[in-house]
Design a protein. Structure first.
Length: 169
């Protein structure tokens, strides 16, 4: 699919479907499931949004260090990729292959920063979104990471989606 809006819409529809199936529990009183700015999140007492943001930052650090093991550890067992900037991958074996090949490139450098984190009402699915940049060749675009809370409370990437807008893809 070359239309990023259509892909983004499909990813959000998938997230909503997964969240509805995963939990019928009501959200805790006083918790807000709406999007918050990163500044709001970090200024508050640690919340689920802050935990997702911390997981997103740990993911970025693992990729910056080119550690295949640390990177793959941050993906859910059912993980997949989507978007024009992503190598197609479905499952941890494909994710491992994708990052092994990317990290083998001598000029590989990928950075991003989340500027939005949203949790579903079930508080078991979330997404982080922002802009990514890659050096050599120079590429940039939006990303969307869908996160699933694991039984132990950790957040792992379920859907890793990114679109390359630097060359009109």
């Amino acid at each position: 699919m070359k239309n990023p809006i259509l892909v983004f819409s499909l990813v959000l529809l998938l997230c909503t479907s997964i969240a509805c199936k995963q939990s019928s529990k009501k959200p805790e009183a006083g918790l807000n499931a709406e999007a918050k700015s990163i500044e709001d999140i970090t200024a508050q007492t640690p919340t689920s949004e802050a935990a997702v943001l911390e997981a997103d930052e740990a993911w970025a650090k693992a990729i910056a260090s080119k550690s295949v093991e640390q990177t793959v550890e941050l993906y859910d067992a059912d993980a997949l990729t989507a978007g024009s900037a992503m190598t197609p991958a479905n499952g941890l074996a494909d994710i491992r292959t994708m990052w092994t090949e990317a990290f083998a490139q001598p000029d590989f450098s990928l950075t991003w920063k989340a500027d939005k984190v949203v949790l579903t009402a079930s508080r078991t699915i979330a997404y982080s979104a922002g802009i990514w940049r890659m050096a050599g060749p120079d590429q940039t675009g939006p990303y969307l990471a869908v996160w699933r809370r694991q039984p132990d409370g950790r957040w792992k990437v379920l859907i890793d989606a990114a679109w390359d807008m630097s060359s009109g893809k």
